[in-house]
Design a protein around this ligand. Sequence first.
Ligand code: SIN
Length: 550
Amino acid sequence: MEEEIRSDFLIIGSGIAGLSFALKVADFGEVVLVTKKEVVESNTNLAQGGIASVFGDTDSFDLHIQDTLTAGAGLCHPDVVAMVVKEGPKRIRELIELGVSFSLLKGEKTDGSAGVPVSFHLGQEGGHSRKRIVHAHDMTGQEVEQTLVRRVKNHPRIRLYENHIAVDLITVSTRMKRGIITTTHEDFCCGAYVLDRESTRVKTFSAKVTILATGGAGKVYLYTSNPDIATGDGIAMGYRAGATVANLEFVQFHPTCLFHPEAKNFLISEAVRGEGGVIVDATGRAFMRDYDPQKDLACRDVVARAIDTELKKTGQDCVFLDISHRSADFIRERFPNLYEKCLEFGIDMTRQPIPVVPAAHYICGGIVTDMEGRTDIQRLYAVGETACTGLHGANRLASNSLLEALVYAHNASCRAVQDLKEPDQPFPELPPWDPVGTTDSDERIVVSQNWDEIRRLMWNYVGIVRSDKRLARARRRIELIANEIQEYYWDFKVDADLIELRNIATVAELIIRSAMHRKESRGLHYNIAYPFQDDQRWKKDTLLRRPFLG
Ligand code: SIN
């Protein structure tokens, strides 16, 4: 009989959202945190830029709200934007209290113990009308992640399961299917089936409250700034369980990822442009002035599309980001990590321009939540990039993502603690995992072939610039691939590669369906057949929900 691991809170994912949530609820119940590789492997850990929040003398909540709404191109939910922006400074001070050390103006020191406001060195990024990016040099994510991980590892009520990858959520519907209950209830989540990668056994994790904090889905695309873990697991699992997802057509392509045959997923932070970096073509021409009055600091969708246009026009492989006009000392002090990494690839950014290309970076859509992180399945929360809260609309403003994750981890934790207090919450009886296939696959090639094909077709047909024809092709292909994966899934034992492949296929299909649905261009979604924004018909979220399959 396979073991069942019980907790009050089951958290899936170990980026800023999952870790902060864990620390906030651990005083109120038993916490289990599962993560599919080592705990620090997350998108958060790679975040360079920082956390956008209002600390500057000439800044205001209104300005940050307005910048977020402008970037979001009419689809942000204004009440959510106002709430997140106003909560930001409090949540950042909490990070300082936990020991996170941000870059300060010269001569200032962080007073971590008292959480006293400090004078941050504030960075600038595209779409922001003021300097407001709180950062730790160019390694903000790493500083935050490592501090939170230390705290989580030392907390007596948090059990950490590394190398455990969730397969599917367990909901009331699941139980109905297996005949354990027979009446119709509203769906609620009771935990998840999780594969232990070492023992290759699938274990049942049951919990009173389950939190999806699995991060993004960059690996759906061939080129991405995201780490290998970003396979959209939370979005796929949530959708399969019946949660509503929204706005998945809005995939953000970061304009400047390092272009080098040996560099994998290496981002050149937008903060470089914030400090005066300029994008130029192979002849040294600064072309952004032809596209937007904000030039290199225009919103990301504008910059990424401009680069895409230039590359198609000139047939070049990449453009260049040049900050060599700033002093070498400044560059080394402000961007120590970027400087070292570029040098490893033979590029001295203090003396020469950095070759860059756009790559998939962030998915603005996800599982729909309310302001407390609740999905439409009871006892299931989604926090961070996996969620669609209404903050980002059709395009996320730079450095608003860590902010959102922090604020929503807090809000969701307050609500989830209340859930525990509701009467009559015994642990439900859960069916053990039913191994779908019983034999090991003899055709591993199916996994690698489909993995490759999905990522390539998404890059070529569902990328920065889309057309009806390309989307229709993509849909035909993904449907065939999804059927093949489904067959394979039922025939053979699950393993981590198959779980991730199934998830990227699900998310790819959802992105394509959402993109086909929206007959206009807005924010990050640009379709040459409908090059204009059509507020009369399309100023609304794209919602998708899986039909109840009984
Ligand atoms: C960057 O440093 O350019 C990334 C920041 C972000 O994605 O918000």
